[in-house]
Ligand binder design. Structure first.
Ligand SMILES: [Zn+2]
Length: 207
């Protein structure tokens, strides 16, 4: 049984593969979007490509896209690009995989404007930030940091199972180790965790 991997950059067969612009779309589920840390000579041209690829039935989510305080792209442009992704996702009824560094409070504004679920991937912030996102209606996906961060583990204990996902992102750790740690945190079997993740996937994709 393959465990569902919410966001990854590998050849893993069951999950949401983050397709890079310019690469051939795979025959397995993928997401497509403009990463806020990447500077595109012309983001509108790049976004046109995203729009074309996003119509593929294998494309089950938009992203990763979002906001990053460290980016050389201005906040103004980042917000414009992010909003376009949310609008595209709304028109296609596909959820949005969000990359966010240091700008989480701004996400609340976009959650209000979004017709589809927003999932903050690779969450590695304070519990207070996480609670703010959950209260606003966003989902949270945990990555490899969950294995080592005690504070993240204690926050994960508080997050309702139906509002979370697990992912490896670009790390080489097996997705199994994330299921194991969450199973321990929640006192549930790996099969039960997988069951819940698949239910969550249904919730965010059957719109
Ligand atoms: Zn990623």
């Amino acid at each position: 049984m393959h465990l569902f991997n919410f966001h990854h950059h590998t050849s893993y067969p069951w999950g949401i593969y983050n397709l890079e612009l310019g690469a051939a779309p795979p025959a397995r589920p993928f997401s497509i979007g403009l990463h806020p840390m990447k500077h595109y000579a012309n983001w509108k041209d790049a976004f046109n490509e995203v729009e074309i690829l996003s119509k593929s039935p294998q494309c089950i989510a938009i992203g990763e896209c979002g906001l990053d305080r460290r980016s050389k792209v201005s906040t103004l442009v980042q917000e414009e690009v992010f909003l376009r992704h949310i609008q595209l996702a709304g028109s296609l009824k596909k959820p949005v995989v969000i990359h966010c560094v240091g700008m989480h409070a701004l996400l609340l504004k976009y959650q209000k404007q979004s017709a589809v679920p927003l999932i903050v991937h690779g969450f590695n912030n304070k519990a207070q930030t996480g609670k703010m996102l959950l209260d606003a209606g966003l989902y949270i996906s945990f990555g490899s940091n969950l294995l080592s961060s005690v504070s993240l583990q204690s926050f994960a204990k508080e997050v309702p199972m139906e509002r979370m996902f697990l992912e490896t992102d670009d790390s080489s750790i097996p997705i199994q180790s994330l299921y194991e740690i969450l199973g321990t945190i929640k006192n549930q079997s790996i099969a039960a965790v997988q069951n819940q993740m698949l239910k969550n996937l249904q919730t965010i994709t059957n719109l």
